[in-house]
Write a protein that binds this ligand. Structure first.
Ligand code: NDP
Ligand code: OXD
Length: 317
């Protein structure tokens, strides 16, 4: 096995493609030897010390014998954890980028206000050249339950509060953060759902959170609630959604993530106007800002120090 004396950063992304990421990383870290992961072969495999990836094909990471860090191009790391050949001794870092938190908040606020201000109805009126006002909107009637109050959830909470929209976060372990209301535990969740007409899922996908958005949870919300899923497709029990909309228990759902992406063109969600669909763009990772984080983490790893965003492998996030 070779030593890593001239290290390589292996890059892979199914979004912008590896070359855009290699270029952004080189702009931030001149001199770095960064290459598309799938083009690294032979003796060079042993020179890879850091992988920076989004949905790297399974098995590729295992071909880097001297890997010291698996950096996710994304806040979620489920795409790395699900590789059955992942070298389990290699630490994983998620992306913590303030740019993404702002972007996620914008997306969620847009979905909540689209629903609350009945934007779709006014679009239809506009198309029909029809002038009519409905009842006054009252944002004091909104209460948003934010499932997952991490980097993204906390930013959302503060922003909603600034917009005078009441909200409470739900976490795994109790936490106390000034200016951010939160609860933890199953009992507290039930009470929170009972007073929330909007629920936003910003959880990581783990064995504990898989399928959390299900008929049982919907039944705990006031009738006519809105569900926003921006976590992962695996959080939603898809077959429970349309029945909950048909019964009036939910009035709409804004989904950015799906069990199968791209969402198949014959999926029943497409035909349902009560389901707002976006193609996993709630908080797209920005190569320029993310590369600042990646460059710092590469430098830390190479200096033998702890990188930022390390995942607790026991918790899965
Ligand atoms: P963090 O790791 O910072 O926060 C996760 C939060 O979820 C924490 O508050 C944590 O609780 C809570 N949590 C985890 N497990 C449980 C559980 N079993 N019960 C209750 N609460 C739980 O994550 P981020 O905020 O950075 O990102 C969240 C997720 O958003 C990502 O994992 C990803 O899946 C998704 N995402 C989606 C994007 C999109 O474009 N659609 C873009 C970016 C991210 P505690 O505080 O106690 O640890
Ligand atoms: C992420 C994502 O996890 O884009 O960052 O979904």
């Amino acid at each position: 096995m070779g030593t890593v004396d001239t290290p390589i950063v292996a890059v892979h992304s199914t979004g912008d493609g590896p070359s855009a990421w290699v270029a952004a990383l080189k702009a931030e870290m001149p001199g770095v030897d960064a290459r598309p992961a799938l083009e690294i072969a032979g003796d060079d495999l042993a020179r890879v010390d850091v992988s920076i990836s989004w949905r790297l094909p399974h098995g590729v990471m295992a071909s880097f014998p001297n890997l010291k860090l698996a950096q996710s191009i994304g806040a979620g790391v489920d795409h790395i954890l699900e590789d059955p050949q992942r070298p389990t001794h290699v630490p994983i870092a998620r992306l913590i980028d303030p740019f993404m938190a702002g972007s996620m908040t914008h997306h969620i606020v847009l979905q909540i206000l689209r629903w609350h201000r009945q934007a779709d109805k006014y679009e239809r009126f506009r198309a029909d050249h029809f002038w009519a006002m409905s009842e006054a909107f009252d944002h004091r009637k909104l209460h948003v339950a934010i499932l997952g109050l991490g980097t993204l959830g906390e930013h959302l909470s503060r922003s909603l509060t600034a917009l005078e929209i009441a909200n409470t976060g739900w976490t795994r372990s109790p936490r106390s953060v000034e200016g951010v209301a939160s609860v933890s535990g199953a009992e507290a969740l039930d009470a929170l759902l009972g007073r929330s007409n909007v629920v936003v899922c910003l959880l990581p996908l783990t064995a504990q959170t898989e399928g959390v958005l299900c008929a049982e949870l919907f039944a705990k919300l006031p009738r006519g609630a809105l569900v926003v899923n921006v976590g992962r497709g695996g959080h939603l029990v898809e077959e429970d959604l349309i029945p909950a909309l048909d019964s009036g228990q939910l009035s709409a759902a804004a989904l950015d993530v799906f069990r199968q992406e791209p969402l198949p063109s014959d999926h029943p969600f497409w035909a349902d106007d009560r389901i707002y669909i976006t193609p996993h763009i709630a908080a797209e990772v920005n190569p320029a800002t993310a590369s600042i984080v990646f460059a710092k983490n590469i430098a830390l790893v190479r200096a033998g120090e702890t990188p930022t965003g390390l995942v607790d492998l026991n918790r899965g996030y």
